[in-house]
Design a protein around this ligand. Sequence first.
Ligand SMILES: Cc1cc2nc3c(=O)[nH]c(=O)nc-3n(C[C@H](O)[C@H](O)[C@H](O)COP(=O)(O)OP(=O)(O)OC[C@H]3O[C@@H](n4cnc5c(N)ncnc54)[C@H](O)[C@@H]3O)c2cc1C
Length: 374
Amino acid sequence: MAIRKVLIIGGGIGGLCAAIGFRRKGIEVDLVEISETSKVYHVGIIVQANVVRALKELGVADEAVAVGFPYSGFEMQDPEGNTIVREYGPKLAGEDYPTDLGMARPALHDVLIKATRETGANMHFGVTFEKLDDQGDHVHVTFTDGSEGDYDMVIGADGAYSSVRKFLFPDLPAPKFTGQGVWRYNLPRPKDVTHSVMMDGIPGGKAGYVPLTEDTIYILYVGAEPGNPFFPTETLADEFKKRLEPYGGRIPELAKQITDPELVVYRPLEVCFVPDPWYRGRIVLMGDAAHAGTPHLGQGAAQAIEDAVVLAELAATEQEMEPMLRHYMDRRLERTRFIWESSIQIGEWEQHPTPDANAAALMKKMLEVVSAPI
Ligand SMILES: Cc1cc2nc3c(=O)[nH]c(=O)nc-3n(C[C@H](O)[C@H](O)[C@H](O)COP(=O)(O)OP(=O)(O)OC[C@H]3O[C@@H](n4cnc5c(N)ncnc54)[C@H](O)[C@@H]3O)c2cc1C
């Protein structure tokens, strides 16, 4: 039986890309997003070469490049700001496209929302599922607004705390705190900040900065937060600056501009990985719902977008549900597991350095892995 109509639960990066991918294949799409609006927080996202390639596949790369800051690769510095490694990204989307893009999250979100609308997906905000009833040849869904629908496939793209995952696999543990948290803040771009920089070498974490647009960058710190503390909003700017104190190079000049605690975005890092398979019957997981990792390789959203591209391609070409979802697992499991494990490993090394710790080598390996076709 061909797939004619799907429900996507969750309108984040992964869910929106799935909606675009399925619509481009001519499959009817309903998407429900639990939030009332399509707002995302204001800091940035690192978009690497495999994402540019996947966005091109979805037909939105030009729009993304137009609102992002194209650059190539990354630089690792010591805590004083001396270069340790400078890597250049591969041009996976072709000569006309950049290898990397810094983007404000709202800018990427706007591109994806616009394309989702234009491709004709039906988006419903402030709505989620109440009941998923897999009847074998279709899934009957009851929604929180009282409506109902029948779908050939249901996709759980509802993030790290996925309700679809809880429904499918109630015995899986909740996401686990890794011991680290991430601090971020947007700042004006000094004209010579033209690629992403990460500063390694102080136990606990690392600091860095990434260009987002011609005019803006974001500064970040990823570090140990023992006991997973809660920080009242009014303390966030001071707490962030305290963590940046050991760093030299450009950091002191940037840190003094962190003034508004309301604009600091702090997130504890929480992870989970669903064992094979990520589906039961006609209901399948993708993105953070299946593999929520840490941002150490800047590949979480990248993997969600690749899941979307692969799932849409398989749904359009394969007739039977179980073999189609098996192929999805075959193409996604090892790659996402490598990213997930390697990201967590880097965070572990930052917290508990060992003589063999080599984040730069793992980042280089990551570039090789994600350069392979999806
Ligand atoms: C600090 C930090 C920095 C990061 N930086 C990068 C980076 O630079 N590059 C990169 O590639 N990745 C990065 N990531 C990872 C990236 O943000 C995630 O992997 C990505 O957002 C996953 O997309 P998703 O669509 O699967 O989930 P989400 O983005 O979490 O979206 C899930 C959506 O589902 C909605 N939802 C939740 N529950 C329900 C429900 N029951 N019903 C309906 N809707 C629901 C949510 O409101 C949300 O809109 C970072 C992550 C963190 C924590």
